[in-house]
Design a protein around this ligand. Structure first.
Ligand code: DAH
Length: 346
């Protein structure tokens, strides 16, 4: 009786060809669970007469092994198929592609790049210096008198006080002028973009860090006329040919004479608006002839060489170009602001 059953089930197992993973699962439920065929046959085996037990026991054990092996084999085969067929079902090939999401350059990077490109045409190279600077390069070599307010804790982030040469976050890119002149021989013709730091409360108009581009031109017979023409060319390239410039006398420790340069307001074209506070002019940079003391401090003979220098804030130029009225937008990483520059992928 039991022997016949084993025989029948063995044939069934041998013939069994599943069509899907569901069939494999049905196989397991039929043969291998607690109340499945295999266990049931073992239950029946208990009541078999002792003389039959030996031979039937062997047959039953072989049947059990065959059932388990068949399941194991089919399970492995269908489990991997199951995954790929699931993936295939998920991919709807008729859907449109997702496309790439392009980022955009930061407006300050765009403007920095534009400034650099214009000066490159005039033969200026690009130089950089460290943001953590010592007193000598940031102040002393640039002819800052000892009592100058920039040396005050109020204005400068000092990192380390040390005898005669404090360490600070640079307050301007003029320090790169010093490094360049100390480490090379004239002529120098370079622009130096970079980040600078000042101890200011953050508001729409001031920030504790911002960006500058420094310019330096040192050679024999460099005059104020060279300075004016260079900056005039720069402004016309950047803001358009109808832009006017004017120079106002000013003071910087490292230039003599010094000037501030205004341009005719790019927004109202000189008529007067909120950006230029009704004056028709906006200040964009400081400049002047490199003070002979600075040349000497950097080991350059001031009786042979002269030069001009200038420094401008990139944020200020960007504000003018794009009419941005709050400095904080530049560093808040708000994509609603940044994505407005998407078309300017240069
Ligand atoms: N370093 C000055 C500042 O941060 C800007 C400046 C003015 C740079 C005149 C110059 C210069 O090279 O000649 O305000």
């Amino acid at each position: 009786m039991l022997q016949e059953k084993i025989q029948q089930y063995s044939e069934e197992i041998e013939r069994f060809v599943p069509q899907s993973y569901n069939d494999v699962e049905a196989f397991r439920l039929k043969f291998l669970v607690a109340k499945g065929v295999v266990r049931t046959l073992f239950e029946e085996f208990k009541s078999v007469s002792p003389d039959q037990k030996r031979s039937l026991g062997k047959v039953l054990n072989e049947f059990k092994q065959a059932a388990e092996q068949k399941y194991q084999h089919l399970h492995e085969q269908f489990a991997s198929n199951k995954q790929t067929s699931k993936k295939k079902a998920e991919a709807d090939l008729t859907l449109p592609g997702e496309g790439f999401v392009f980022g955009s350059r930061h407006p300050l990077s765009l403007v920095r790049k534009e400034i650099v490109e214009i000066f490159k045409k005039l033969g200026f190279i690009v130089a950089e210096g460290p943001e953590i600077e010592d007193d000598w390069h940031n102040f002393t070599a640039l002819n800052f008198p000892p009592e100058h307010p920039a040396r005050d804790m109020q204005d400068t982030f000092f990192i380390k006080k040390q005898q005669g040469n404090d360490i600070a976050l640079r307050t301007h890119t003029s320090s790169v002028q010093v490094r360049m002149m100390e480490n090379g021989e004239p002529p120098f013709r370079a622009i130096m973009p970079g980040r600078v730091y000042r101890n200011e409360a953050i508001s729409a108009r001031a920030h504790c860090f911002f960006h500058q581009v420094e310019g330096l031109y040192v050679d024999k017979d460099v005059s104020f006329a060279d300075l004016k023409q260079t900056l005039y060319y720069f402004v016309q390239e950047l803001f358009g040919e109808d832009t006017k410039v004017r120079f106002r006398p000013s003071y910087f420790p490292f230039t003599e004479p010094s000037a501030e340069m205004d341009i005719s307001c790019t927004i109202c074209k000189g008529k007067g608006c909120a950006m230029c506070k009704g004056t028709g002019w906006v200040e964009i940079l400081g400049c002047g002839m490199v003070d002979p003391n600075v040349l000497e401090n950097c080991g350059i003979d001031s009786s042979t060489y002269s030069g001009f220098a200038f420094g401008m804030g990139i944020e200020r130029i960007t504000n003018l170009k794009y009419e941005i009225r709050d400095l904080r937008l530049f560093s808040e990483n708000d994509v609603r602001f940044l994505s407005q520059f998407e078309t300017e992928l240069i």
